[in-house]
Design a protein around this ligand. Structure first.
Ligand SMILES: [Zn+2]
Ligand SMILES: [Zn+2]
Length: 314
């Protein structure tokens, strides 16, 4: 496919001109074998950001829920997105995941076990890579529902997650605005699941980027639902906005799902109200809402340390 060839040639340039010189300079030649694939994941990350922008920006411009006089508070979310999708996702979800998988599989084989693989568990999946990929996505999304729901259940964990909720100008850039510690927990969570079901190393970052594309879309400032049936198949901007809505008295937390609403429907946390609430967290310090990157990270760390002293349920 021509797009594949474009990705490969851009990755080739990044590999030759940026990554390999650094590896040779510092004597890290052991990584040489992986450097092209790593560059390729960076290119996928850039492409994911471009596609997200191309799809979401025109819709936000045409059908906004809110119109803002200044978009200053959105700028930091752009930084979060680019850092995460082009920098962190390739390093963490490819290089680290690959290393972990090699170590874990080696240890299991040494002890006479077969490394986990969903195709061994469900032999009918052999030869059906697309269905296997969709099942991986469903399992990761299910795990993410519980990670997110638990992050709202414990005061210390919500102290980190508050950074995500503090944004009053929520847009398609807002998905990645998270505290670094919260990101770390997410990756450990995803790694554990990815290793347990044997996701191949190059598919793991692709899955993360695909799920994240859907998550960006659901954060977008777009007046859009997929209708009574569509909203029950895939999470829409209206559905996720209800999760971010400022909580009025008597309103319970809802809609923890990231991509598929099935888990919210299954566990009684779904709310399909036809409403577009203002977003934000009234209790969060102002630095979390409108501070720069480091001010937000620092304010999040302070909230976390304060909550450590009184670790009750949120
Ligand atoms: Zn949340
Ligand atoms: Zn969100």
């Amino acid at each position: 496919m021509w797009l594949d060839r474009v990705f490969s040639s851009v990755a080739g340039v990044i590999d030759q001109d940026l990554i390999l010189p650094v590896l040779y300079r510092f004597g890290w030649m052991a990584w040489e074998e992986l450097s092209f694939d790593w560059a390729l994941v960076c290119v996928y990350g850039m492409f994911a950001v471009l596609v997200t922008y191309a799809v979401c920006w025109p819709l936000e411009a045409a059908f906004p829920v809110e119109r803002w006089a200044s978009r200053k508070a959105v700028a930091v979310d752009v930084l979060y997105t680019i850092l995460n999708r082009v920098g962190v996702v390739p390093i963490v979800s490819f290089l680290l995941f690959y290393q972990l998988q090699v170590v874990c599989s080696g240890a299991l084989i040494d002890h006479g076990f077969i490394p986990p693989d969903i195709e061994l568990l469900i032999p009918a999946l052999f030869g059906h890579p697309v269905i296997t990929f969709i099942i991986y996505a469903l399992i990761l999304d299910f795990a993410d529902y519980w990670r997110h729901r638990l992050s709202h259940s414990f005061r210390i964990w919500y102290a980190l997650h508050a950074l995500h909720h503090a944004q009053r100008q929520m847009s398609f850039w807002s998905d990645d605005r998270n505290h670094l510690l919260d990101d770390l927990i997410s990756y450990v969570w995803f790694f554990a699941i990815g290793l347990a079901i044997g996701i191949p190393p190059l598919q793991f970052p692709l899955l993360i980027l695909l799920l994240k594309f859907m998550e960006s879309f659901s954060h977008a400032n777009i007046k859009l639902s997929f209708g009574p049936v569509g909203d029950r198949l895939l999470i829409s901007p209206m559905f996720h906005r209800l999760h971010h809505g400022i909580k009025a008295a008597g309103r319970r937390s809802c809609n923890y799902g990231a991509v598929f609403p099935y888990w919210d429907m299954m566990f009684g946390t779904a709310d399909f109200s036809n409403e577009y609430l203002p977003t934000g967290d009234n209790r969060a310090p102002e630095a979390l809402a409108t501070g720069g990157y480091f001010a937000q990270q620092w304010a999040g760390a302070k909230l976390f340390l304060a909550a450590l002293g009184r670790p009750k349920r949120a």
